[in-house]
Ligand binder design. Structure first.
Ligand code: IPD
Ligand code: CA
Ligand code: CA
Length: 281
């Protein structure tokens, strides 16, 4: 099967770290410098999204010319899911970037033709790198630019907090789902139920970092009514390798090539939380 070698993984992580330079060469928060295009209501794409995607795609295909590439920006091609594929969100948290809220990430996952095999999520603002390989665990490397690949790393292992009433819940509002089959009135009624069942709620604006933070136990539950493959592919592997569960709102495994609802937590909290989402299934 198309497994990556340790050397290839190191090289890919370096490509991701290097690509982040594009963010710092841009005046984030400056609408002129970001060259913003509006894709839909509240849905932006900037020069940074496009340049990071071009850079990573070009560098990856130099190493793996025969691999498929699925990036959020640009053209969509049809895929042969039995063959290797890279899935990239060049900037997850574009609205944050546009308004200079320094909470966004680059998210890259590798599908080996059968399974998610490797995932990288990099927050350039905190210089935090979340990495997972199937069967080898999830890791957090802090001060990544200086430390990688020296690997001063933290193995991520989620705590088994059992009580919903003690859990902090991050949710995503599925902002681009307005006017589709998502009923946002119900989404916010459910959020109210969630608030009363748990300790508190948060909304950060980057699903990739939401999943990374679940793995790092910075909060305990994350859910969003709909996300796309590039939003969750790397994060699903990172959470699973940290001992967590990720499913759709019905509790079913997520098809990582399709848009899906998503809920993630440790196994005990996941089971207790799922019934709260019933009205959204
Ligand atoms: C978005 C972010 C946000 C989530 C949206 C995503 P983008 O990704 O992850 O947190 O609520 O559903 O689409 O557009 O910034 O790449
Ligand atoms: Ca995204
Ligand atoms: Ca994006």
């Amino acid at each position: 099967m198309n497994k990556l070698t340790k050397e290839e993984k190191t090289e890919i992580i370096k490509i991701v770290l290097d690509s982040a330079q594009i963010i710092f060469e841009t005046e984030t928060g400056s609408q002129a410098d970001l060259d913003i295009e509006v894709k839909g209501f509240g849905d932006y794409v900037t020069r940074v999204d496009q340049e990071i995607q071009n850079y990573i795609e070009k560098e990856l295909l130099k190493i793996f010319p025969e691999h498929q590439f699925l990036g959020e920006e640009g053209e969509r091609h049809s895929f042969d899911q039995t063959k290797p594929c890279w899935i990239l969100d060049p900037i997850d948290g574009t609205t944050n970037l546009v308004w200079d809220i320094q909470h966004s990430a680059i998210s890259l996952a590798y599908w080996n033709g059968l399974d998610l095999d490797f995932g990288v999520i990099y927050d350039p603002f905190l210089d935090e790198l979340f990495v997972a390989s199937r069967g080898e665990g999830a890791k957090l490397i802090q001060a990544a630019k200086r430390n990688y690949p020296k690997q001063t790393k933290l193995d991520l292992k989620m705590r088994e907090l059992q009580e919903l009433s003690q859990a902090i819940v991050a949710f995503g509002s599925a902002p681009y789902g307005r006017g589709t089959d998502i009923d946002h009135k119900v989404v916010f009624e459910v959020l109210s139920d969630v608030f009363f069942a748990t300790e508190d709620v948060r909304r950060f604006g980057s699903a990739a970092l939401d999943l990374s933070y679940i793995a790092a136990d910075r909060f305990q539950i994350f859910y969003e009514p709909t996300l796309s493959p590039w939003d969750f592919a790397a994060g699903i592997l990172i959470v699973e390798e940290a001992g967590g569960v990720v499913t759709d709102f019905k509790g079913q495994a997520i098809d990582i090539f399709q848009p899906s609802s998503i809920v993630s937590a440790n196994p005990v909290l996941h089971k207790k939380f799922l019934p709260l989402l019933e009205r959204l299934t």
